[in-house]
Design a protein around this ligand. Structure first.
Ligand code: DGY
Length: 320
């Protein structure tokens, strides 16, 4: 059997990115906007030294067995890496990298786009116009929530959470946050650290930006969602942290005013209970979806792979 090119890229990359890789190494690229199916992925990874993966590619013992002992690096094209069994990679000496930093502003902007759409009922208004239903301006027509003075809570004050909190200054919103540790004042930017349950009880608008891990899965379950003030708004930028069924139930009961969700636990599936909610603004995982950011994410994933293939340390390793 002939030796395959050393690098596998599992998805078509943003314009101009793949060339940075092909300038140095032979590459097999699954040149499609759709994920590889599992069997094709396991077949394609055989004998590679580097793989550029996305959140849809499960990197586990089966994947690593299929790749074989030559695999040196899994460069995930995302800041998240819940698709990667980092411990299994570490056991076999396979480095894992992600793309932190380069998607911060795009994702924080999207959080605000969703926050504004949810609080001002843009989804409902748009659907109404497109439906052709009669409408007229009226003092009580599609009234939303005013932001100035409204308390904003940020759950997860990493880079993206901090960027969300910075943008809140322009809207005159007092900001509280919860994070495993309290941040130094220059990073907190005037936001107040609170224990989780206190943050929930005092946030009229809550933005969820903490990473999806075994510890944060369904952190916002029905019990914790019920701690939010009546009429609150939840904006979820991380799949899996908010229990989607519980969120839909809180909208259905009127406990929440509105919600917005950018990514989902079982993508591309979206729970029917959420789709049924008029007050849910739903986006198909668009947080980092700008040309500049996707080029930067792809570029960083490529640079990580190139570094390891060249015998250097990767730029942004996932700590193992
Ligand atoms: C990530 O990088 O983890 C994001 O979800 C992609 O937008």
């Amino acid at each position: 059997m002939s030796t395959p090119p050393p690098v596998l890229v599992t998805r078509r990359l943003a314009p101009g990115v793949i060339e940075r890789l092909t300038a140095h190494h032979a590459v097999t690229c699954h040149d499609s906007d759709l994920a590889m199916d599992r069997a094709a992925l396991l077949d394609a990874v055989r004998g590679r030294r580097a793989v550029i993966t996305t959140l849809d590619d499960r990197v586990d013992a089966e994947f690593l067995d299929a790749a074989g002992p030559g695999l040196a690096v899994v460069a995930n094209h995302a800041v998240g890496y819940h698709n990667v069994d980092v411990a299994a990679c570490a056991e076999r000496g396979v480095l894992v990298t992600n793309t932190p930093g380069v998607l911060t502003t795009a994702t924080a902007d999207m959080a605000w786009a969703l926050l504004l759409a949810a609080t001002r009922r843009l989804g409902e208004g748009e659907r109404l116009l497109r439906s052709g239903a009669p409408w007229t301006w009226a003092p009580n027509f599609l009234l939303g929530m005013e932001l100035a003075g409204t308390p904003l809570g940020v759950l997860g004050m990493g880079r993206i959470g901090q960027a969300v909190a910075r943008r809140a200054r322009a809207f005159d919103m007092p900001v509280g946050y919860h994070n495993r540790r309290e941040l130094p004042p220059e990073q907190a930017g005037g936001a107040d650290w609170k224990p989780l349950e206190e943050l929930l009880a005092t946030s009229t608008v809550l933005v969820v930006t903490c990473p999806f891990t075994a510890d944060t899965r369904h952190l916002l379950d029905a019990r914790r969602l019920a701690l939010l003030p009546r009429g609150a708004v939840v904006v979820s930028m991380t799949a899996g942290v908010v229990d989607e069924e519980a969120l839909a139930a809180a909208l259905e009961s009127g406990a929440l005013f509105a919600a917005a969700v950018d990514n989902f636990e079982r993508e591309p599936a979206v729970p029917a209970a959420l789709l049924a909610q008029e007050r849910a603004v739903l986006a198909p995982h668009l947080g980092s979806a700008t040309v500049r950011t996707r080029q930067a994410m792809g570029g960083l994933a490529v640079d990580n792979a190139l570094a390891v293939l060249g015998g250097s340390a990767p730029l942004t390793p996932v700590v193992q």
